[in-house]
Design a binder for this molecule. Structure first.
Ligand SMILES: NC(=O)C1=CN([C@@H]2O[C@H](COP(=O)(O)OP(=O)(O)OC[C@H]3O[C@@H](n4cnc5c(N)ncnc54)[C@H](OP(=O)(O)O)[C@@H]3O)[C@@H](O)[C@H]2O)C=CC1
Ligand SMILES: O=C(O)C1=N[C@H](C(=O)O)C[C@H](O)C1
Length: 238
């Protein structure tokens, strides 16, 4: 596959290493230094684009890939207030999009465990639930995209919580997500159910960016021959 890397920072470089190992070719690398290369004509040289830039630039980059007619895998976080708009545009243009707040296989298994645990806890109001996410200090958004996905899963199951907040709270309806920024943390997510009698905790710790990068390349391999809007559940069958 010929791959365009839109965003050549920590993730773009980790993805390039995995893509080359898997026999793919990187035909375009875009960062702030060469934004002039981020054109529809250049993107069209690729079979698939992989977009990891950040909250401010993801939307425009994804739209550009759709306009180029090139399937796009995006992992940028902090822009999902415009996700519905992108989905509508992608459908209208008969494009291909695969978005995930977290591409690692381990986190996608963790999502399934989180949903199941949240469902079991529905009938146990004696437990309160809280989340913590820990990332490196260069991260621009808080809470992490993964934490928001986990929180939305819990909100979907737990009728005692009606919204998430990114600060401490004593309101019973608020699901607290605490964000910590310490180096070199690639990404840790912890969900704690606490009661007077005992606590239950589930935790995922990424040891490096390799899992995210491998998942993004698997997603690109999945997407490049398909039309439509997909998620990592489609890639992994979980
Ligand atoms: N879904 C997932 O599994 C994961 C998602 N992420 C998310 O991916 C995003 C990127 O993370 P990370 O690689 O760590 O961040 P970095 O800051 O290391 O890299 C971002 C890259 O995007 C470039 N960039 C910034 N603005 C633009 C733009 N307008 N057009 C094109 N390129 C641009 C930067 O250029 P320059 O270097 O010149 O500034 C840099 O190359 C974040 O939103 C992060 O949360 C991260 C890990 C996993
Ligand atoms: O910015 C990061 O580094 C990460 N971002 C994603 C997120 O916001 O959830 C995924 C991973 O945790 C690393």
């Amino acid at each position: 596959m010929k791959i365009a890397l839109i965003g050549y920072g920590k993730m773009g470089q980790a993805i390039e290493a995995i893509a080359l190992q898997r026999g793919h070719e990187v035909v375009l690398k875009v960062s702030i230094e060469n934004l002039e290369d981020n054109t529809i004509d250049n993107i069209r040289k690729a079979d698939v684009a992989i977009e990891f830039t950040g909250p401010e630039s993801a939307f425009d980059n994804i739209i550009r890939c759709i306009d180029a007619g090139v399937p796009v895998v995006s992992g940028s976080t902090g822009w999902l207030n415009r996700y519905e708009e992108v989905k509508t545009y992608c459908s209208k243009k008969n494009g291909s999009l695969l978005y995930a707040s977290n591409f690692s296989v381990g986190v996608n298994i963790f999502f399934a465990i989180n949903k199941k645990l949240a469902s079991l806890m529905t009938s146990h109001p004696e437990y309160d639930v809280q989340m913590t996410e820990v990332h490196h200090t260069q991260k621009l958004d808080a809470p992490s995209g993964t934490a928001i996905t986990l929180a939305e899963q819990i909100l979907g199951e737990n009728n005692r919580k009606s919204k998430w907040v990114n600060h401490n709270s004593d309101q019973a309806n608020e699901l607290v997500i605490l964000s910590e920024r310490v180096d070199p943390a690639p990404g840790t997510h912890i969900i704690r159910y606490t009661s007077a009698i005992d606590d239950i905790e589930i935790k995922h710790t990424a040891h490096s960016r390799q899992g995210f990068a491998t998942g993004a390349v698997l997603a690109a391999e999945f997407l490049h021959t398909r039309k439509g809007i997909f998620s990592m559940s489609d890639v992994l069958g979980i």
